[in-house]
Every structure is written in C-alpha cells, then in structure tokens.
Write a protein that binds this ligand. Sequence first.
Ligand code: SAM
Length: 185
Amino acid sequence: MTNEPDRVCPWQCARFLDNWVRRAVHNPAKIIGRYIEKGQTVLDLGCGPGMFSLAMAEMVGEKGTVISVDIQDEMLQILRQKSERAGLRSRVILHKAQPEKIGISEKVDFALAFYMVHEVPDKAGFLREVAAAIKPQGSVLIVEPKFHVSKPSFEETINVAESSGLRLISRPNVLFSRAALLQKD
Ligand SMILES: C[S@@+](CC[C@H](N)C(=O)[O-])C[C@H]1O[C@@H](n2cnc3c(N)ncnc32)[C@H](O)[C@@H]1O
C-alpha cells in the first residue's frame, strides 16, 4: 500500500469515483466527448480508477492512445483490470507519476485533469509540465470540485496555467464543479 499525503484521495475510495451515479452526474461523453477525436493521443492526469480513461479509450478508437497517470499504484492496477475486462487494454498506457513530477515524454492532443489539481503540491511545476506535454492547438480541461476548491483558489490555478503558456478558452458547465478549458497556441 502506498503512503501518500492526506490531501490525496485514497485508492480505497475508488468505488465512489466510478459507479453508475458518478457516470450519470459526470457523464464523460457530455464533458469531454467534444474535445477528443479518433486516433488522438490523450492524457488523463490523476486518472484514479479510470472512469474517464476508459471513456477516452473508446473515444480515441483503436488507433488512439490514452496515457493514464496517477501517483497511486493501486489506482493504476484497478484501471489495468478494468481496461482488460473492457477489451481496451492495448489503448491505455499506465504511468506512475511522482507527486512533484508527471514524467512523461509523449506529446498529447488533449489532457484532462479532473478533481486532481488541488491534490498536487506544486501546481506551478505541474502545470508547466502539462503545458509542455500539449501539442500546439491542443487543449487541457481542468475541473475542480466546488466543495474543496474556492473560486479564488480556482482563479489562481487558471492564472498559473496561463503563466505556463496556456490560454483560457472557455468555462464549461460541469455539475458541482469549477471548470476551465485552456489551449496551447
Ligand atoms: C479525486 S481523485 C479523481 C480521479 C479521477 N480523475 C476521477 O475524476 O474519477 C484524484 C486522483 O489524483 C491522483 N493524484 C493526486 N496527486 C497527483 C499527482 N501529483 N500526479 C498524478 N496524480 C495525482 C490521486 O492519486 C487520485 O487518484
């Protein structure tokens, strides 16, 4: 078992992050479907048990790739099993990050950071690394929970993202959440 700092959602909560209620409230097709095309390489940052990763794997199709990143091995193993059962394993790369470093070298068309940026200790370093991983014209969707992240704190995250070379495009509506879509020019 990993021993992560208190702010990180523990892997034992995985079932609360992927179940039919969550899929109804945070329907992946509605939230990210419009940003992903077949054949793309996409990134799921802080993938947890992979509700979004599996939906992304369907969206990119058999020629696309999803890089699913988490700091907890247990979350990645849960996703490994689910992707095998769903016949999507070959489209999903599982990557164990460190809290202070994502550590991927691939360039991606789209990145999702759903309910995870508030768990990252060094947001500026993290967002610089995210920006560097995005292809030109690629985009990043950051979604944070209203119950954990205040409006000023979310605005600060957007400011930091903009200082990292990402441009705010829109503020999509996501239930119970604060959300921002940013693009790399
Ligand atoms: C609240 S869960 C959200 C999971 C998933 N995005 C979802 O919405 O279902 C946050 C996840 O982010 C991961 N995480 C926290 N800090 C991280 C970091 N620095 N890099 C990568 N993943 C991180 C945690 O281990 C946890 O699985």
